[in-house]
Design a binder for this molecule. Structure first.
Ligand code: CP
Length: 318
């Protein structure tokens, strides 16, 4: 059976560490030599990767499509208006047909059940390029960014144990996979959401289960007070308050999240570490983080965005 990648939960702590290390290695080699090693160039030679996206994307599309080319393959982009899926054809029929003619499928979907079903019926590996529950490629890029910016380690781990991430804002798909990865890597996560927008019970159980996979797990804290989450944090991170598909809730959400904008003042009031850095997976809206932080010296958002490319090239080094 093919091995799929639908969530960071699919990886052991050692596998997640290896993927981040591989991404860093390929980034260093390719940027310093301006050449792609032969081992990487041949990895997908003669292979086609279907990229079925039913939602818009800048970073995920550019990074995954570019990664397939870097590895010598052919990325076949299939937007929602390009194929029969959902209009004239079922997900089952699409999965069987698509996987019979390609070597892998990268899928951006709405409900997570869509990518899970695609994986169930596909004869080739399926990679989740974002669903309403998870965004695993983003999280490899995020841990690569955190490791690059804050910590270096030549030992078996990424050297992130004991650090603290403060997530301020909506409990969404990016947070879920970030928290799962953090539990595996020994990183604490403090989540501040408005009342009524906290992590759903079943997802909290998935995050706690991820902690059980690690000998030195991170810890999850939850609060409705942003300052409490920020205390002693190394990283402050947020995401849009209105994810794709939630546009009808915009006014209600903007009202509910008032007071959760990341600012330098919030970091100071809450007592973030002196060296705190700011991350955001993008696209960004000014309501969740002000311009001073987003464009300021602590912001690593564009490094994080570039790291999406290297996260998509995290295959084995040999
Ligand atoms: N962060 C992210 O997934 O960006 P896109 O939606 O542009 O792919």
């Amino acid at each position: 059976a093919p091995r799929h990648f639908l969530s960071i939960a699919d990886l052991t702590p050692a596998e997640l560490t290896t993927l981040v290390r591989n991404a860093h290695h390929h980034k260093t080699v390719i940027k310093s030599t301006d050449e792609v090693p032969q081992s990487l160039r041949g990895a997908l030679a003669g292979k086609t990767v279907a990229m079925t996206f039913n939602k818009r994307s800048t970073r995920t599309r550019i990074s995954t499509e570019g990664a397939v080319v870097t590895m010598g393959g052919h990325p076949m982009f299939l937007g929602k208006d390009d194929i029969q899926l959902g209009v004239n054809e079922s997900l089952y029929d699409t999965a069987v047909v698509m996987s019979s003619m390609t070597s892998a499928i990268v899928a951006r979907v709405g409900p997570h059940s869509d990518v899970a079903d695609l994986a169930k019926y596909s004869s080739v590996p399926v990679i989740n390029a974002l669903s309403d529950l998870y965004h695993p490629l983003q999280i490899i890029a995020d841990f690569l960014t955190i490791a690059e910016v804050n910590f270096t380690s030549s030992g078996p781990s990424l050297g992130l144990e004991g650090m603290k991430i403060a997530w301020i804002g909506d409990a969404n798909n990016v947070l879920f996979d970030l928290a799962i990865g953090a539990m595996k890597l020994g990183v604490d996560v403090a989540v501040a959401t408005p009342k009524g927008y906290s992590i759903p019970e079943d997802m909290r159980a998935v995050i706690e289960q991820a902690a059980n996979t690690s000998p030195k797990p991170g810890k999850l804290f939850e609060t409705n007070v942003p300052e409490e989450a920020v205390k002693n944090a190394d990283i402050l991170v947020t995401d849009t308050w209105v994810s794709m598909g939630q546009e009808e809730e915009t006014a209600k959400r903007l009202a509910a999240f008032k007071g959760f904008q990341i600012t330098n003042d919030l970091a100071k009031r809450g007592g973030a570490k002196d060296s705190w850095a700011f991350m955001h997976c993008l696209p960004r809206h000014p309501e969740e983080v002000d311009d001073d932080v987003f464009h300021g010296p602590r912001s690593v958002v564009f490094r994080e965005a570039e790291n999406r490319k290297w996260a998509a090239i995290c295959r084995s080094r040999t």
